[in-house]
Design a protein around this ligand. Structure first.
Ligand code: NDP
Length: 310
């Protein structure tokens, strides 16, 4: 292992909207900060958001990637220090030592965790194998591809029902498979979906497998009450069963809730002094771009106050 190379006031882990906002605010506040992002591109979940963004105050964008490009243009124009392809593999939150995939270690006076969330997986046969061959990555992006076809959507939250509405515009039929008999999706989405002839609902059922040869042709489901298995024909499947926080690296070092979301106070401070968590990784309630950006700014201000006042 190399010797400690650098010292920062703040190390930010994760380059989505929350992390980028924290980096911008640290720069504003004159803090020596560095942001590390493991992927080749910045943006986090924005890179996987394909719908038009019109609910972030002051900026509209055709999709998440376009919005993240706007964020980066701003940061790069004033040379805010951010590094991509820089995966953090280990963090000692007590000593505030961050280890990168290269073996390099950096020390920080405070750490802002902005590692976001990832989509949950069903974990059934066919889910990974048929990615891009019937298992869709996005509803908006697949509208043309499913024209006249049969689509299955798995889930019962906003994402499932909103995508049923989107794909229902072109698909011959959309079948929503939900494991319970009531939905958590917004009433507005549900009312519209229930009113459409080509959207059907199958309740209290779980997916057992996604089947096909070259491409998806059906899925097997089981009714959770009766144990009865059925085959549902499908040309495409979209899985929208929520997200999980990317917080495994910090487990046991700071307080988390049962689902792994980091517990923070109103300033974004976690249970250990000098550690903050921002964005979706600490926010199961309102995972929006606006909230992420706001929480990044808040934690940067709180870091600054802590460093000045102790
Ligand atoms: P949610 O967590 O809101 O809903 C997840 C759904 O998937 C629930 O119906 C859940 O069922 C079901 N589910 C979870 N695990 C499984 C499993 N293993 N097998 C089958 N079903 C499962 O997630 P979403 O992806 O819908 O949304 C994530 C966040 O993004 C939410 O905050 C949502 O409000 C937001 N969002 C907002 C949109 C908008 O405002 N336009 C659009 C899309 C998302 P159960 O209820 O039984 O747990």
């Amino acid at each position: 292992m190399e010797q400690l190379k650098s010292d920062f006031d703040v190390v930010i882990i994760g380059g989505g909207p929350a992390g980028l906002s924290a980096a911008l605010w640290c720069f504003e506040l004159g803090l020596r900060a560095m942001l590390y992002e493991k992927e080749g591109e910045f943006g986090g979940q924005l890179l996987r958001t394909f719908n038009v963004i019109k609910n972030h105050l002051g900026i509209e964008a055709a999709n998440g990637r376009e919005l993240s490009e706007k964020f980066l243009l701003q940061l790069n124009s004033i040379e805010v220090p951010i590094k991509n392809n820089a995966g953090v593999t280990e963090v000692d939150l007590q000593r505030k030592i961050v280890t990168l995939g290269t073996g390099e270690q950096v020390s920080a006076r405070t750490v802002i965790i902005a590692t976001g969330v990832r989509r949950s997986r069903l974990g059934v046969p066919g889910e990974v194998e048929f990615e891009g061959r019937g298992v869709l990555h996005s509803g908006v992006d697949s509208k043309a591809a499913v024209a006249g076809k049969d689509v299955v959507i798995v889930g019962g939250g906003d994402a499932a029902i909103e995508n049923a509405l989107i794909l229902g515009e072109t698909a011959r039929k959309v079948v929503v498979i939900h494991r319970r008999n009531e939905f958590t999706a917004r009433k507005e989405f549900l009312d519209r979906a229930i009113g459409l002839d080509n959207i059907e609902f199958i309740y209290e059922s779980e997916v057992c497998s996604i089947n096909g040869d070259e491409v998806v042709s059906s899925i097997d489901i089981v009714n959770i009450n009766e144990g009865r298995r059925t085959k549902v024909s499908a040309d495409a499947v979209l899985i929208r069963i929520g997200v999980v926080p990317n917080t495994e690296m910090f487990r046991g070092q700071i307080d988390m809730d049962a689902k792994g979301y980091i517990v923070v106070n109103a300033s974004g401070a976690a249970s250990r002094v000098g550690i903050f968590a921002v964005g979706d990784a600490a926010n199961p309630i309102s995972p929006t771009i606006s909230t992420a950006v706001g929480s990044g700014a808040t934690a940067a201000k709180a870091s600054s106050a802590l460093l000045i006042n102790g």
